[in-house]
Design a protein around this ligand. Sequence first.
Ligand SMILES: [Zn+2]
Ligand SMILES: [Zn+2]
Length: 220
Amino acid sequence: MKHQLLYMVTCALVLGCLAWSCRNDKGIKKVEADSSAEVECTSPHCRLLIQPYGDFSNVRAQKVADELQKNLATYVKELAVTEVRVLPAKPLTEDLMNDAKTRYRADNILDKQASLQSQKGDVIIGLTDCDISTDAHGYDDWGILGLSYTGKSNCVISTFRVKDKTQFWKVVLHEFGHSFLGLNHCPNNDPQCFMVDCNGKPDLAKEKYLCEACSKSIRL
Ligand SMILES: [Zn+2]
Ligand SMILES: [Zn+2]
């Protein structure tokens, strides 16, 4: 009985020590995890919030997001995508249209979807099959592929003017370049650079890379 009691006390002490050392280990690990999390927070990162409109299905939106993520890993290696979230599709309402009610104003869409940003590093990417427009090239209502304001992390892209839909990801990457990477149009006007200004005549098949000048201009 005495031996049994001694054995139980010893076991309790050993278990107690093990439990303490586990807590201690976890404590140390927590500090390490916290400090690495801090490193992650200060390193360039973003969260992609994909907002499909109308008949643009969530499956297609997810495909666009996957393609963007893959190409960012290739062309903007220093950027980490921490999360991709495809939001439930929303209708494009009549109040977002131009006066002639023929197209949706991209600037109206951007204004509306800006409220979806909830934390630093959020990039809102609106996707639609409808024709979108803005004031550009001296016209009040110029049909466009996509629109974003530089550095605002908010863009909208339309498939409407993209003939070869397999090239659509290049438009998405282009708008992401304006909105999150702080890029203007390609200073070299390089037809092979994703950031080239298509001036209403996109030749997406030619675009193959982010040129050196554009890569160097990335602001993260
Ligand atoms: Zn370029
Ligand atoms: Zn552009």
